[in-house]
Structures are given as structure tokens and as C-alpha cells.
Design a protein around this ligand. Structure first.
Ligand code: SIN
Length: 526
């Protein structure tokens, strides 16, 4: 067994930032199932929203966040988000993130859907996440108080009646399992776009962290709100590469196959309407007019501005024969962001003592039923900083209020050997291919009772992932099925359409507020 005061699982913005800041006063073990660079953050193009310009205000950013959130935002959490946005950006700058600047050497601010004002900072044009990841990986790698464990999968959080005591891990390189003892653990494993066959997310976004926390007794909520980004490249030969909303912020327009700018008739903000409105409008075009996709017309943007501001999108589209300076880009919605997740307070604490969550895996309440564009990197930054600020204080409180905190026993400094996985419960037979396809068809952008019941039936009663998987893929699929089941059940329970959750059979929002749908394993302790 190995002992560590703090374990951080996940190496996107949230995991890297919390590890880096906490390492100032305690040793940290940073666990990541692939390499330090594999994260959703890396792929983030558009940027990070912040109250930065003098014309902007905390009230205005909060207002935009709440309007996009369609009645379900936690106002206290939104206030924290907006109030601390500037400090969070300054913290990232201190750690070496280079945002794009204007002629006056101030961050250049872009516009995105449902924002009242230009307030999106970006880096490398459309490579904001990659720049943040680069800076944080460098900073974390240099820190003497951080031990990095790559190719390591956290398979089970260990708890006793007082809270977290450690985490069981599987190391792919050595094919061995260990238990890392810890009284505090931060889950920052990102989202779960891989549950759907069309997604902007990388391969690792399989929702393991949500299920890890769920299995430890943490409460989950708002899982029915999965955000579908309106525009990913839609070519049979190409991956579903994200086409940033920032393009529409610069003037690009969605067109149907007849060349009609269809958003004009749908929302006063047209192509810059909230993301759920745009995605659902595209789905409507595609289903009702038998169109395979719609198009994004960027030709009104000056050619040199297009290539300078969106170099990644420009090069990637060109690779597939689309010159965005003159060709319309075929686009389709894709699964993009998990709005719900592990319920936390304003400091990332879950209901399991010693267990924290931040970034996409956490449900802080800031996004309500639909996330405002570019609020994800902001939420991850603001709340990771807040988690890092309370860890030390919480540990002391726990000790003083509870006295001795026993840690699980076991031989120290040795690897644990475990019996082979002898589970008798058989998983249903859905392959990963079928599972993702069915989730897209039945629990995707447009759902109804029949489709949801069908997915529920197909999933049966998936068992929780084994702490001793025979492969990473097995562990991921088991986690995905449990999460798929919880999303499906939540979507069935919410008999209304709101934000990112659209039910054909209940197309309107309820006039009264429905309680949020909570999921939690019956746990005797927490
Ligand atoms: C985008 O660039 O359109 C994605 C940004 C986000 O998801 O907030």
C-alpha cells in the first residue's frame, strides 16, 4: 500500500489545476488513465468566458448564464462563477497560459451563442484548450510535490464509515493493482461523450469518474441534461471534428440544403441562440426535411481573419477537401458536454466526506439545464481553485471533529494481489458499437417515452464496473452502461422539455419547477 494525503484523478484543466495549487502545501498523486495530455480540455476550441471588459459586469454574465440554463441554475453557484471569473483567468495566466491579445496587449474577446457581449478569451485562435493544457502540464510536471501516474485507472474508491480512505488503481504498464491510501480525493475525470456514437469528445471520455463516485455513495443529478453541440464536421470520411461556435460569433450562418438561413425564423438571436435551441433546430431540419446535414457558411468572414482566427478548423477542413473561405461546411450536432454529474457544494465537496469533484464531472449547479458556451473551462477553473483552497482546512476539521480516522489496513510498500474477478452477474450483451449507436438513436437530442423505454430494456440491469477489470475497455464499457442507464432513467422521469433535454411527447417546459432527479446508491453511511 502507498500513502498519499491527496489523490487527484484526471488530467484535464480541473485535475491539473487542483493538483498544481494543492501541491503548494501537500503532496499530491495525480492519476490519469492515458497520458497527461489526453483530456477533453485539449480539444476545446472556442475559449473561456470571463467578466473582463469594462462594458461587462458580473450581473450581465450571470444573467446570460441563467437565461441559457432555462430555469434550473443554482443562483449562488452562478454568482460565484461570474464573480471569480477574472481571478481564475489571472491564475491561469500566472501558471503560464498565453491568451491571444489585441493591439493594446489586452486579451482579445470573442462572442459566442447567448452571450450579450464579447467576453470569450481564446488562445492560438481556436486552440484555447490545447494552450491551457500545455501550460498546466508543464507546471504540474515541474512540481516536486506532484507524483504523476499515467496509464493508471482508478477502479474503486475505498471508504469506511468516516469517508474516503483510499483508491484502488490498475496500472496498465505493469499490469498490477495497488491501493493508494488517502483521506482526500478529487475526481476530475471530465465528461462522457463516448456514450454516444457521434461526439466531439476524445476516446477517454467514458464517464468512469461519475460511476466511481456513484459507487462510493456520491449523489448524482441532472444526468438527463446532456448537451449536444450544434456543429461538428459531417463527412463520411472524417471524424466528427468540432466546428467552434466562435465562428458563428464572427458572423458564420447556418444554412439548410435549400440555402435558407433557417435560424432567422427560430430565435431572435438567430445563429447565436442558446446551444440547445440551435441543436434542436438543426435536428428538426435534418429529420423533417430528410437532410443528412446542414451547412455552416463562413464566407462572410474575411479570408485572412478566418485563417488567422481559426487555424485549426481551417487546416482540418482543408484536409478533407473543404476550403472554409469559399465552401460551406457540412455540419451536424454531436454529444458534447455532460451538464449533470456528481453533486457538489460551492467548494467541490460531495456528500462523501473527503471526496471532491470539479470540472465536467461535477454538477455545481452553474449550468442549469443548458450550459452557456465557454462556461465549461471557466467553471473548471473557478471551482478547482476553490477546491484547492479548502482541502487543508477540511482535513483539519475532519481530524478535530472526528478524532482518529482509521485507514484501511494492508501491507505497506507492497503491491496488492487480488483474486481474479469472479462476478457471476452477466452483463447484457450490447457491444460498445451497439450501445453507442442505440444511445444516440434512443437517448440523443430528441427523445420520447418509447425510445427511452426501449433503451432501458436493452440495458437491463448493468452491474457496477469491477475493481479488477481484465482491460481498460471492459471497465469503460461497464461504466458507460451504468451511466447510460442512469441517464435513460432520468430522461424518462423528466416529463417535460427543458434546456438540453427535449421530449417529443412533452414538448413544453412544465410551468412549475420539477425537483431535480437524483441518483444515489442506497448507501448505509453517507
Ligand atoms: C466551441 O468552441 O464551440 C465549444 C466551446 C464550448 O463548448 O463552450
Amino acid at each position: 500500500m502507498k500513502e498519499s494525503p491527496l489523490v487527484v484523478v484526471g488530467s484535464g484543466l480541473a485535475g491539473l489545476l487542483v493538483a498544481r495549487l494543492a501541491a503548494e502545501y501537500q503532496p499530491v498523486r495525480l492519476i490519469t488513465k492515458n497520458t497527461l495530455y489526453d483530456s477533453n480540455t485539449w480539444y476545446s476550441q472556442g475559449g473561456i468566458a470571463a467578466v473582463w471588459s469594462e462594458q461587462d459586469s458580473v450581473e450581465l454574465h450571470s444573467h446570460d448564464t441563467v437565461i441559457a440554463g432555462d430555469g434550473l441554475c443554482d443562483l449562488q453557484a452562478v454568482n460565484v462563477l461570474s464573480n471569480q471569473s477574472r481571478t481564475a483567468i489571472e491564475q491561469l495566466m500566472l501558471l503560464g497560459v498565453q491568451f491571444d491579445k489585441d493591439a493594446a496587449q489586452q486579451p482579445r474577446l470573442g462572442l459566442e451563442g447567448a452571450h450579450s457581449i464579447h467576453r470569450i478569451l481564446h488562445a492560438g485562435g481556436d486552440a484555447t484548450g490545447a494552450e491551457i493544457q500545455r501550460a498546466l502540464v508543464e507546471s504540474v510536471s515541474e512540481h516536486p510535490n506532484i507524483e504523476i501516474l499515467e496509464h493508471t485507472l482508478a477502479t474503486k474508491i475505498q471508504t469506511n464509515e468516516l469517508g474516503v480512505t483510499g483508491v484502488q488503481c490498475y496500472h496498465f504498464n505493469t499490469q498490477s493493482s495497488t491501493i493508494i491510501q488517502s483521506r482526500q480525493m478529487v475526481i476530475a475525470t471530465g465528461g462522457a461523450g463516448q456514450l454516444f456514437c457521434h461526439t466531439s469528445n476524445p476516446k477517454g471520455a467514458t464517464g468512469d469518474g461519475v460511476i466511481l463516485a456513484y459507487q462510493a455513495g456520491a449523489e448524482l443529478t441532472d444526468l438527463e441534461f446532456y448537451q449536444f453541440h450544434p456543429t461538428a464536421l459531417d463527412l463520411p470520411s472524417a471524424p466528427k471534428f468540432l466546428i467552434s461556435e466562435a465562428l458563428r460569433g464572427e458572423g458564420a450562418v447556418l444554412m439548410n440544403q435549400a440555402g435558407v438561413p433557417f435560424m432567422e425564423a427560430i430565435h431572435p438571436q438567430k445563429d447565436l441562440a442558446p446551444r440547445n435551441v440551435v441543436s434542436q433546430a438543426i435536428a428538426h431540419e435534418m429529420s423533417h426535411q430528410e437532410e443528412k446535414n446542414v451547412y455552416l457558411d463562413c464566407t462572410s468572414i474575411a479570408a485572412d481573419q478566418l485563417t488567422k482566427r481559426f487555424p485549426t478548423i481551417f487546416k482540418n477542413c482543408l484536409k478533407y477537401g473543404i476550403d472554409i473561405r469559399k465552401d460551406w461546411i457540412p455540419v451536424t450536432p454531436v454529444a458534447h458536454y455532460m451538464i449533470g454529474g456528481v453533486v457538489t457544494d460551492l467548494y467541490g465537496r460531495t456528500n462523501v466526506p473527503g471526496l471532491y469533484a470539479c470540472g465536467e464531472v461535477a454538477r455545481t449547479g452553474v449550468h442549469g439545464a443548458n450550459r452557456l458556451a465557454s462556461n465549461s473551462l471557466l467553471e473548471a477553473s473557478v471551482f478547482s481553485i476553490r477546491v484547492s483552497q479548502v482541502l487543508k482546512k477540511d482535513l483539519k476539521t475532519i481530524f478535530f471533529s472526528r478524532g482518529h480516522w482509521p485507514i484501511s489496513h494492508g501491507p505497506i510498500g507492497q503491491e496488492m494481489t487480488f483474486p481474479k474477478n469472479k462476478r457471476t452477474v452477466q452483463q447484457n450483451e450490447l457491444t460498445v458499437f451497439d450501445f453507442r449507436k442505440r444511445m444516440w438513436q434512443l437517448v440523443g437530442l430528441i427523445r420520447n417515452e418509447q425510445s427511452l423505454l426501449e433503451m432501458n430494456r436493452l440495458l437491463g440491469a448493468p452491474c457496477l464496473p469491477s475493481a479488477l477489470p481484465s482491460s481498460k475497455e471492459e471497465f469503460e464499457l461497464e461504466s458507460m452502461k451504468v451511466l447510460g442507464k442512469l441517464i435513460t432513467e432520468s430522461a424518462l422521469e423528466r416529463k417535460e422539455s427543458r434546456g438540453a433535454h427535449f421530449r417529443e411527447d412533452f414538448p413544453n417546459a412544465l410551468t412549475h419547477q420539477m425537483n431535480s432527479i437524483k441518483k444515489r446508491i442506497d448507501h448505509p453511511v453517507f
